[in-house]
Design a binder for this molecule. Structure first.
Ligand code: F0G
Length: 437
């Protein structure tokens, strides 16, 4: 069989059939990943084939995930795949953001252009395809909002029942609204993300519901294509750095796996370094990297950040992320609420925009530049994980000077852009505009 599940723990490496419903290794409890016998895959020929597929009208080839199916070959039949045309997200040059970070150039890979507005769609089309293959009827996840929005859409499109668990009062309305509109059974639980994940794992096993959190190895396979597509868009020239926000650390795991596989198979000549950025109040992975003993992660009991997407204190995928960041010679940085808010406004005035968690990338880059870890001339791609419209409340508060950090301190509206309330009076408006020019 060309595809199998393998335990990520180096001392175990147990293998299981790809159709087993395991989220952890039954032998040692380690994380699982998909592994393939790629045979004598011809990287040069595939690069041409993948380019050709962009001009094809079949849903599979139009998908920015399934177009690259040879690098994620866990299915043996593609007829049941549900695609909402995920992926296909742009690389956007951002000179203003580059200047803010102290870089000559900066490019954003904007995953907010996905059908449900976040990078989760890349993984979800794969997770739902596996659910269908296994004959599952119901799928579940706990989420800080984006996973649930994405799962709701893909599950409903596939005729499965989506069941969603979210921390009550701690996700943005944009994301909650998506889950409701896409028809998910939604439970707002009075607990934080980490507590609900433990609950949902037990429930999923007891009720035979398929779990689609990023612990699901097939979601990770889909998220690998963010990197594959990025390299394709760059004509297979790897950058020096790939910067991304870190929450549950599924994306860091996926990016590292993609880079290792692309490198081993001869698609890219050099390995970029990963820079994972966390919010200061929810930074257990940053904390781990400061320690000499990295055999155990010290969870943050009460994670706090306005970037609710990454408000996670006990990230499940930390062993994978630790391996990938270390293997790439990468770094982990943490940033304050003010730094995230200001970086986000800069991404906004670049005409690009993103949700708060995504802006941690630019804030982190600025810090890494100041510390000398990243050089001015380095070739950097930062991944914006979610769309600007995911969290409009945060934006309005920032620009009107009413955004409070979780500890109650009012954030400075450094790059604020407050709307002006004015009477229906042309002269008055003309005067205001004259003063502005
Ligand atoms: N950025 C956004 C916009 C996210 O929604 C998430 C995670 C992350 C970054 C962090 O990615 O978990 O792979 O390290 N959101 C998850 C959710 C947890 O439930 O939507 P990660």
């Amino acid at each position: 069989m060309p595809a199998e599940l393998i335990c990520f723990e180096q001392r175990c490496r147990a293998r299981f059939p790809i159709t087993e419903v395991f989220y952890n290794c039954p032998r040692c409890g380690g994380l699982l990943e998909a592994t393939y016998d790629f045979g004598n895959l011809d990287a040069g020929a595939l690069k041409d084939e993948w380019r050709q597929r962009r001009m094809c009208n079949t849903p599979l080839d139009q998908s920015g995930v399934w177009r690259y199916r040879e690098i994620i070959p866990f299915l043996d039949d593609y007829s049941a795949v549900v695609s909402l045309r995920e992926g296909n997200t742009p690389l956007l040059a951002a000179p203003r953001a580059a200047e803010y970070a102290g870089l000559d150039h900066l490019v954003f890979k904007h995953q907010g252009f996905n059908p449900t507005g976040s990078f989760k769609d890349n993984g979800m089309t794969c997770g739902v395809a596996q659910a269908l293959r296994l004959g599952m009827r119901r799928v579940a996840c706990v989420s800080t909002g984006n996973t649930s929005a994405s799962m709701a859409a893909y599950a409903s499109a596939a005729g499965l029942q989506p069941i969603i668990f979210i921390p009550h009062g701690n996700i943005s309305y944009g994301k909650l609204a998506q889950a409701l509109e896409y028809g998910a059974r939604t439970f707002q639980v009075e607990a934080n993300f980490d507590q609900i994940l433990a609950l949902v794992r037990t429930l999923a096993e007891r009720l035979g519901i398929y779990l689609l959190n990023s612990i699901n190895p097939f979601r990770i396979e889909g998220q690998k294509t963010i990197i594959v597509e990025m390299m394709d868009q760059r004509d297979w020239n790897a950058p020096d750095w790939i910067v991304l926000p870190g929450g549950n650390l599924g994306n860091a795991s996926a990016f590292g796996k993609a880079l290792r596989e692309l490198h081993a198979l001869g698609f890219i000549e050099k390995m970029p370094r990963l820079a994972v950025i966390q919010a200061q109040g929810s930074a257990p992975f940053w904390d781990l990297m400061q320690r000499a003993d990295r055999s155990r992660l010290h969870a943050v009991g009460h994670p706090e950040t306005l970037a609710t997407a990454i408000k996670i204190g006990d990230p499940v995928s930390w062993p994978k992320a630790l391996h990938e960041v270390t293997a790439s010679g990468g770094v982990v940085e943490r940033v304050t609420e003010q730094e995230i808010a200001d970086a986000k406004a800069i991404i906004g005035v670049s005409g690009i925009g993103c949700e708060p968690a995504s802006a941690a990338t630019l804030a982190g880059l600025r810090k890494l530049r100041e510390a000398g870890a990243v050089a001015r001339t380095h070739d950097v791609v930062a991944v914006l994980t979610g769309n600007l419209l995911k969290d409009p409340d945060y934006i309005y508060r920032y620009h009107t000077g009413s955004l409070d950090a979780p500890d109650g301190t009012r954030l400075k509206s450094t790059f604020g852009n407050e709307p002006v309330v004015v009477a229906n009076d042309p002269e008055r408006i003309e005067k205001l505009l004259d003063n502005q020019s």
